[in-house]
Every structure is written in structure tokens, then in C-alpha cells.
Ligand binder design. Structure first.
Ligand code: PLP
Length: 429
């Protein structure tokens, strides 16, 4: 194949392609793989029941189903859904938003492609702008989303140790500066891969920095409030004219409907709408049709608070217990799980890279993600990036439990083969 630059750029091996390939192979395979890798949400029976009822209602109610699948929506997204969502965000979060502040996309992954390339890259005057990630590790899916040169400039975090085995990343404001080449700031909250919830105070300070530089502040709320609300600590949802909040139906349990949501100033929403028309004609209408009643009635936030958040809170606790039981006597630190559904585990002075650990585990039927991929835009080679893994603990308990056992066996084997590294494990932060 003789490929253009675009062709080469988007057909090469990428972290996100490997992740989704692993995920596809595991979900369509014989079921023997412990799928602790991709970002699939859990199958929560009560939520699945609600979605099934939503579909039955669509089928029963006149031509509801035919309208949902039989015609194109406009490029901003299903109007009834957008109206209902604006009302929900006003009442639940107190945000001053109307329908003209909301555009839908075909999954928030695509929202990021549009937003990043809209605010960063080569600009009219020939200058190059970047997206600032003030706190890495950060979501793997951002990495390859630029049309041209890599877009990201990233910061190492400050690491606070909370007890013998738990730590939390913070934005390192001492080192953070926003210069004229910065096109936007972006953060995921809760963060994929760490389960970190950037504090209200950190959000305030980042907002102030974006205001000083007159650039947008993108808050990726794929796991956040008001839905799906996979948040175990305090996190006030924030929106104003300068912020762009992105949401999604995926982590409610509907990744298959590919519905992303962008909440932003009117001119930004108009821009997204225009790009939707070019890239997709329209946004998918099935997800909004399925979720409309839940949003209109406000039930979506009650389900998030009463079913989804408690479900993942229990799973997080259980995953922590398994990790502590398996790793006793070996060096490990885990990021405090404050949201989303991942454990981010750091093995200081790990004798092999996390990429090699990933390969060994894959060979044994356990899929995780190597930490290396979660530092887009970080220029220096920081050993920490090779010492961490991300574990998705949301899948069935039996396979997660077996997965933890095998992960610990492989990590212990690596340390046992290089015992001199054990003594160095405290030095590598
Ligand atoms: N943002 C974060 C932080 C994610 O973890 C994901 C998916 O895993 C996405 C965005 C993309 O989600 P979707 O395209 O399914 O809406």
C-alpha cells in the first residue's frame, strides 16, 4: 500500500489499537482469558435491566423504535435528549447551560480527537500549539489522537505517600507553567488509569491558570458526576464558559451505543456540530433514544448514586484486599482508588519493564495494561513509567481474583530473579 502521511499516521501500531484488539479478542474468545485490560465497564444486572426496559418501551411506544433507527439526527445530536440533559445539568449541578451548550458525538473518544485538533497543532500564523496535560499518568486514548505532530506537553505528578502501600498523585504546581504555545489544558477526573480524583482545590487552580492564559480547560468526566458517578471521594462537578466538560454513556454500561457528550460555550458547540457533519453526517441516535427517559426523569443520577457507585466501591475494596494479600513481602504501592474502576499499581525498581510484564502475563492468559502508554507528552524517560501497571477490576470476580494471583506470581518471579533490586525499591520515586 502506498500510504499518505495521514494513512501512515493512523495505521501504525498504537497503544489504543492494541488495547482494543486485546479486548475484542478476549470478549469474543473462549472465555478463559482474565480480562483485566481494556476499559469495559462491569455488567451490573440492575442497570442491564433498566436498559432492557428502555428498549422494550421504545418498541412498545408507537413508532419510537423506528424513529430511533430510521432517520438521521441533526449533527448536534438528538434534540429531545439534549434538552433533557441541559435541564438535568441545571438542576443536578447548578450549571448555567442550555441546549446550545451541548453537542453529542459518536463516543467521547471522538470528542477528544475533535477538541485536541481544534485547539492544538499547526495554527494560522505557523506557530504550533500543544495540549497541556498537567498530571500524568493520563488516559491512553489521548495519545495518538493528533492529525500531525504529537500534541501533548505533560507534567510529572507530585507523589504523596499516604500509608505503607498507598499513594496519591497531585498536580505539581511548583513546576507547572502555561506559556503562549499552550492551546488548552486537559485532565480526566476521575483519572483513567489511576482512579485518582483531582481535588476541588486543584481544579480551582487549573481553572485560574486557564483563565489567565485565556485558553479552554477540558475536563474529561467519562467516569464522573453527575453520571455515571463512579466517584468515591469528594468531587464537585465544575462547568463555566471557559471549561469544556466531556461526558459519555459508556461507563453507565452502554459502551456499545457510542454516545459522547460535549458541554461547552456556544461557539465551541457550533464547531463540534460542524465537524460532526463532515466526519459523521449525524451522531448516532440509538444511545440517546435508549437513555432519554432516564435523563428526563433524573433517574440516571439516582441509579449512578445508588447502584453504580456502590457497586464499584465494593469492587475497589475487594481488589485492594486481593492485592495486599498477594503482594505481601514484595515492594508495591497502589494509587488510592477514588473513582473509575482501575487499580494503578507501582512496583518500585521492578527488574523488568511493565511492557515485559504485560507480555509475560498475556502469555499466561491475563490481560493488563503496561504503564508506559499512560504518559503521553512526557519528554524525559522517567523510570516510574516502566514500573506501573493498570488493572481493570470490574469484570467477573472469579477471573479478577485469578488475575491478581497470576500477576503477583509474575512480579514475585521477576524480583526473585534479581534480588538486588528489592533493596533499591525505596529509592526510585
Ligand atoms: N475518557 C476516558 C478517561 C476513558 O477512560 C474513555 C474510555 O475508556 C474515554 C474517554 C472514551 O470513552 P467513550 O469513547 O466510550 O465515550
Amino acid at each position: 500500500m502506498r500510504l499518505s502521511r495521514f494513512g501512515r499516521r493512523f495505521t501504525r501500531q498504537s497503544g489504543i489499537l492494541r488495547l482494543m484488539d486485546d479486548l475484542g479478542a478476549a470478549t469474543s474468545g473462549s472465555g478463559s482469558t482474565c480480562m483485566l485490560g481494556g476499559g469495559n465497564p462491569a455488567r451490573i444486572p440492575l442497570m442491564e435491566q433498566r436498559f432492557r426496559e428502555g428498549l422494550e418501551r421504545l418498541l412498545r411506544n408507537g413508532d419510537g423504535f423506528e424513529r430511533a433507527v430510521g432517520s438521521y439526527d441533526g449533527p448536534q445530536g438528538t434534540p429531545e435528549f439534549i434538552d433533557a440533559l441541559a435541564a438535568l445539568l441545571r438542576s443536578e449541578c447548578g450549571w448555567d447551560v442550555g441546549p446550545s451548550n451541548i453537542a453529542l458525538t459518536n463516543g467521547s473518544q471522538f470528542s477528544f480527537f475533535l477538541l485536541f485538533n481544534m485547539f492544538a497543532g499547526e495554527c494560522e500564523g505557523g506557530e504550533f500549539r500543544h495540549i497541556l496535560l498537567p498530571l500524568t499518568p493520563e488516559y491512553i486514548g489521548y495519545s495518538d489522537s493528533s492529525l500531525g505532530e504529537p500534541l501533548f506537553k505533560a507534567m510529572r505528578p507530585r507523589i504523596d505517600k499516604l500509608d505503607d502501600h498507598t499513594f496519591k498523585y497531585h498536580v505539581n504546581f511548583d513546576e507547572l507553567s502555561v506559556d503562549a504555545s499552550c492551546g488548552a489544558i486537559c485532565i480526566s477526573r476521575p483519572t483513567n488509569p489511576t482512579g485518582n480524583v483531582v481535588t476541588d482545590d486543584e481544579i480551582e487552580r487549573l481553572l485560574a491558570l486557564s483563565a489567565e492564559s485565556d485558553i479552554p480547560f477540558i475536563i474529561d468526566s467519562a467516569y464522573g458526576n453527575p453520571f455515571p458517578g463512579i466517584v468515591f471521594s469528594r468531587a464537585t462537578p465544575v462547568w463555566n464558559d471557559r471549561t469544556i466538560v466531556t461526558m459519555s454513556l459508556s461507563k453507565l454500561g452502554l459502551p456499545g451505543v457510542r454516545t459522547g457528550i460535549v458541554i461547552a460555550r456556544e461557539d465551541i458547540v457550533k464547531a463540534i456540530t460542524g465537524m460532526n457533519a463532515i466526519f459523521n453526517l449525524a451522531t448516532g441516535s440509538f444511545g440517546p433514544a435508549l437513555a432519554l427517559d432516564l435523563v428526563r426523569s433524573g433517574e440516571i443520577t439516582r441509579l449512578s448514586r445508588d447502584i453504580i457507585a456502590p457497586y464499584y466501591r465494593v469492587r475497589a475494596q475487594q481488589a485492594l484486599e486481593w492485592l495486599h494479600a498477594e503482594m505481601q513481602g514484595y515492594p508495591y504501592w497502589v494509587h488510592k482508588p477514588e473513582g473509575a474502576f482501575f487499580l494503578w499499581v507501582w512496583f518500585p525498581a521492578l527488574p523488568i519493564t511493565s511492557e515485559v510484564l504485560y507480555e509475560r502475563l498475556k502469555h499466561r492468559g491475563v490481560l493488563i495494561l503496561a504503564g508506559e502508554h499512560f504518559f503521553p507528552g512526557l519528554e524525559d524517560d522517567w523510570p516510574h513509567t516502566h514500573e506501573c501497571i493498570r488493572i481493570n477490576y470490574s469484570q467477573d470476580e472469579h477471573s479478577v481474583r485469578s488475575g491478581f494471583r497470576i500477576i503477583a506470581e509474575e512480579v514475585r518471579r521477576a524480583f526473585d530473579a534479581a534480588p538486588e533490586r528489592l533493596g533499591r525499591s525505596e529509592l526510585s520515586a
